[in-house]
Design a protein around this ligand. Structure first.
Ligand code: ES4
Ligand code: ZN
Length: 324
């Protein structure tokens, strides 16, 4: 079964590039930029990566991203992820990046996007990997700050497919970003949002009714509201589910209780993704293997999940015909 999973060409729809920052590369970049980090050894890092909730993780994630300064750093970060895509047989990936994590520290938007774009072209050339970018607004910051980010993105609009919403969910409902999502859609960006990861079902309703998302990131908690499940099925909205993330952030107590199979059985188009693989213990194949073993998924289930990812990707119609 593990070989079957590894050999399948896959698509990834939920991946934070800052969350693919492996400790080894973090040490290397910290050293070359002469920035102190609070760990001396990989062992110390691994010990720090034990989270009790989303906020616990985010604090460490933002601290790690703080060593990224130059275009070369963003390029190195993305190339390391694309290398993992190649090793995991991921042939299409939709990469989220958080501009505000960097612009808030005085790094220019253009530094971030130029580094990522350079890596994207090289990964396409070297490994044939197709990818697109999702610019994610940080929901713990103001809508005004998201508007500023939208403005900064406009010269690079052709490089960005979609806008997302991430960071601390509780207390930062989707409706807070109603206006900036409307403006983003007017600019041609496809809206997605994290919802129902930790937050209640009301946040998922808002994401679909107010932000009018084309896909829901996580969305696990939709199972608490039967009307919501029916609505998600009716509107044909896919969920980007992240099994190892859910386990590490304790949104799932043990993998055998993970809701993935239930979501599929309800007719929801679920997909499997790695979210922040450097922090949660594995890339795409590891996520598939973990959830397959725990839920005893069949080869048919795996194929359904993989096909969902291609089908509900933002690849062009022509590209999807080639994939499927
Ligand atoms: C995230 Cl797992 C998760 N949830 C919300 N925001 C995020 N940013 C990076 N990873
Ligand atoms: Zn995420």
């Amino acid at each position: 079964m593990n070989d079957f999973i590894a050999a399948l060409p896959k698509a990834e729809l939920h991946l934070h590039i800052e969350g693919s920052f492996e400790p080894e590369l973090m040490f290397e970049i910290a050293q070359r930029n002469q920035i102190e980090i609070p760990y001396k050894t990989i062992d110390e890092v691994k010990k720090a990566y034990q989270f009790s909730c989303l906020q616990d993780f985010l604090d460490i994630y933002y601290a790690g991203a703080g060593v990224l300064i130059h275009e070369q750093d963003f390029y190195d970060l993305a190339m390391a992820y694309y290398q993992k895509c190649y090793e995991n047989n991921v042939i299409h990936t939709e990469i989220m990046f958080d501009p505000q994590t960097h612009t808030e520290r005085g790094i220019a938007f253009e530094t971030v996007i130029n580094g990522l774009q350079k890596a994207r072209l090289e990964a396409k050339e070297k490994w044939g990997i197709n990818s697109l970018f999702i610019m994610s607004y940080l929901r713990h910051l103001s809508e005004e700050s998201a508007f500023e980010t939208l403005k900064q993105s406009l010269p690079y609009k052709d490089l960005i497919t979609s806008v997302g919403l991430d960071s601390s969910e509780m207390g930062n409902p989707p409706i807070k970003f109603k206006n900036v999502f409307e403006a983003s859609v007017k600019e041609g960006y496809i809206p997605v949002a994290h919802a129902g990861e930790e937050g209640p079902t009301e946040y998922i309703w808002e994401a679909i009714d107010v932000l009018k998302v084309a896909r829901i990131d996580h969305g696990n908690r939709c199972l608490e509201d039967e009307n919501l499940v029916n609505e998600i099925v009716k509107r044909d909205l896919a969920l980007t589910v992240c099994p190892l993330s859910n386990l590490e952030l304790r949104n799932t107590d043990v993998m055998t209780n993970h809701p993935l199979k239930k979501l599929l059985d309800k007719g929801i188009k679920a997909t499997v993704n790695s979210d922040d693989p450097a922090y949660f213990g594995g890339y795409m194949n590891a996520n598939f293997v973990a959830v397959q073993e725990a839920l005893n998924l069949s080869k048919e289930d795996i194929l359904t999940l993989v096909k969902n990812s291609f089908n509900y990707s933002f690849a062009t119609y022509e590209q999807k015909k080639i994939y499927l």
